[in-house]
Write a new protein. Structure first.
Length: 322
């Protein structure tokens, strides 16, 4: 409930900031919003982040004048420097710089800006922290404990076991999991049809344990929770509606916390773990990129650092001349 209030408050603040802009700038924001939401098909969360960054910039440049001609490279740099002075993190500064570069590129293409100053705007490089992951034995312990909890046939326990097995087996995002419909599952070939970021569709395989847990949930658990409003959703909440992402995160946190020595991870931690274990098992980067739905190979390459660190740790621990 608190997150919903925070999201609503953020939307209210954004609308208020947008309304305070001069007409020309406000009109540009409205057109940009249509571009990123309708034409590019970005998620509501991403659109809101883009708009917040752009409105922040335009509110700053509006102090110098009411038109887009005030959006110059010095103005962009001044705005970003002000953000840095407020103690904004490197990662957030990098995202905000990327947002306004997207905006200025669009404004230039549509004739709103004579020159695009965005490509010359740089931000402090963000630190790429290595993701925390489970060891393979820890992941196995979490799945085994979840399977034991589902033995009594409680529908929620059956759902939670299928959820954990599927997240770890496929490495899909929690939003992708909660968005699954019944006809997205190809039981015969053990494939999921997943709609990822940017509405890119991909097929993701899953193994026998996930298949068994999913089949038991669908045959014995889901019918117990299903209501007239359940629709085609694969995973249901206790009241029969489509499972909420926050509840899915809680299920993963609770399962992982029960494993001795495991880091406190959520669904994204299982995604990191799945990618790491695939690479450690010999999968190539391109295949893992396709499975995870990464737009670029650079994102997938982050996991190679994790596996190299593990190899170094094993070497240091076991080699007589390490």
């Amino acid at each position: 409930m608190e997150r919903r209030r925070s999201g609503a408050a953020a939307r209210t603040d954004l609308r208020a900031a947008r309304a305070s802009l001069p007409d020309e700038l406000g009109s540009a924001v409205d057109r940009f919003q249509r571009h990123v939401s309708a034409e590019r098909g970005l998620s509501e969360h991403t659109v809101r982040a883009y708009l917040g960054d752009v409105v922040s910039l335009l509110a700053d440049v509006a102090n110098s004048g009411p038109g887009l001609d005030q959006v110059t490279l010095p103005a962009l740099r001044s705005w970003l420097a002000g953000q840095h002075a407020q103690g904004i993190s490197r990662a957030t500064l990098a995202r905000r710089a990327a947002s306004v570069r997207t905006f200025t590129a669009w404004a230039h293409r549509t004739g709103l800006l004579a020159v695009d100053p965005g490509p010359r705007l740089t931000a402090p490089s963000k630190h790429r922290a290595l993701p925390s992951v489970l060891r393979a034995d820890q992941a196995d312990s979490a799945m085994t404990a979840s399977a034991a909890g589902a033995e009594q046939g409680d529908p929620v326990a059956l759902r939670d076991h299928a959820l954990l097995e599927l997240l770890y087996a496929t490495g899909i995002r929690v939003a992708e999991l909660c968005g699954l419909d019944l006809d997205d599952i190809d039981h015969e070939r053990r494939l999921l049809r997943v709609l990822g970021k940017g509405k890119r569709e991909r097929a993701v395989p899953f193994g026998v344990p996930a298949d068994a847990a999913l089949e038991r949930w669908l045959s014995a658990g889901r019918p117990e929770l299903r209501t007239g409003g359940s629709g085609p959703a694969v995973f249901l909440g206790a009241r029969g509606g489509r499972l909420d992402q926050r509840m899915a995160r809680r299920v993963v946190h609770d399962a992982v916390q029960a494993v001795p020595g495991a880091a406190d991870l959520g669904p994204h931690g299982l995604r990191h773990s799945a990618a790491t274990h695939l690479l450690e098992g010999g999968a190539d980067l391109r295949s893992v990129q396709e499975l995870l739905g990464h737009a670029t190979l650079a994102t997938t390459q982050l996991y190679t650092h994790v596996t190299v660190d593990r190899l170094k740790a094993i070497h240091d621990r076991t080699h007589p001349r390490s």
